[in-house]
Design a protein around this ligand. Structure first.
Ligand code: ADP
Ligand code: MG
Length: 244
């Protein structure tokens, strides 16, 4: 049984199906890269898995249990967390406070959950994402790339068993991108299931165990990275995209 399963997920907006009959499983210690042209449904799938949207049809299962109706905070405590394509930390809180929120409200941990401990531990987490020097600054001052790293730090702080990462490499320097990928690889080694929306094929080939390609809301290819990015259906989906 997969850790998390999407079964026949469909989501319509008005008359348009953003996602159509998508069935996928996520296994522990595995990085799945989700690719597809703009508008193919990647973020919608994340929203359905994290509970920000309800499906028009289909179900979400977590450790074998149906959770389709669970709200996001309940899924977060159960171990599902995500970053956003457009990072959404609390801009007036400090970086430490933002990460401490993740530590306090994520999956239950052994040890104290007191605010002061969380702020101390937040420093360590920020260090892992190259943000220690700005721990006491308000999130508002960060660059786009830093905001995305902060959001990843917040998501990691919730101790997810399934981490959904939406285009976090966008806006990162090559060094920061390497560090992020290194961090994802370490999380995988700890058993975390990761689903990564990523356009940089180079990065994807480095870390992904499996690639799932979406086009117009449907899965058009799935399997080993080298095979999927060369598959005729995927090439056609990308070439057929205006302006791609
Ligand atoms: P991707 O992340 O792959 O670029 P999205 O999941 O954001 O794609 O969008 C898939 C499709 O659903 C697009 O056609 C988009 O316009 C539409 N869509 C997404 N969210 C909404 C929404 N809240 N309301 C209406 N249409 C939406
Ligand atoms: Mg998106």
């Amino acid at each position: 049984m997969a850790l998390c399963e999407a079964i026949g997920l469909t989501r319509r907006f008005g008359g348009n199906a953003a996602l159509q009959d998508v069935t996928l499983g996520f296994e522990p210690a595995t990085i799945v890269a989700l690719i597809g042209p703009n508008g193919s449904g990647k973020t919608t799938l994340f929203n359905l898995l994290a509970g920000l949207l309800r499906p028009s049809a289909g179900t979400v299962r977590w450790r074998g249990r149906e959770i389709t109706a669970w709200p996001p905070h309940r899924r977060c405590r159960a171990g599902i967390n995500r970053t956003f394509q457009v990072a959404q930390p609390f801009l007036d809180l400090t970086l430490s406070e933002n990460v401490a929120l993740g530590l306090l409200y994520g999956a239950p941990a052994e040890g104290a959950r007191r605010r002061r401990d969380a702020l101390e531990r937040a420093q360590e987490v920020l260090g892992e994402f190259g943000l220690a020097a700005k721990a006491a600054s308000a999130a508002r001052i960060l660059s786009l790339g830093e905001l995305k790293r902060l959001e990843l730090a917040m998501a990691v702080a919730t101790r997810p068993a399934l981490l959904l990462v939406d285009e976090v490499l966008a806006g990162q320097s090559p060094t920061a991108a390497q560090e992020i990928l290194g961090h994802l690889i370490r999380l995988r080694a700890q058993g975390v299931a990761i689903c990564l929306v990523e356009h940089r094929l180079q990065a994807l080939l480095l870390v992904a165990d499996r690639v799932v390609a979406l086009h117009q809301g449907r899965v058009i290819a799935e399997g080993r990275p080298e095979a999927v990015i060369k598959s005729p259906a995927v090439l056609e989906a990308y070439l057929g995209e205006p302006g791609a």
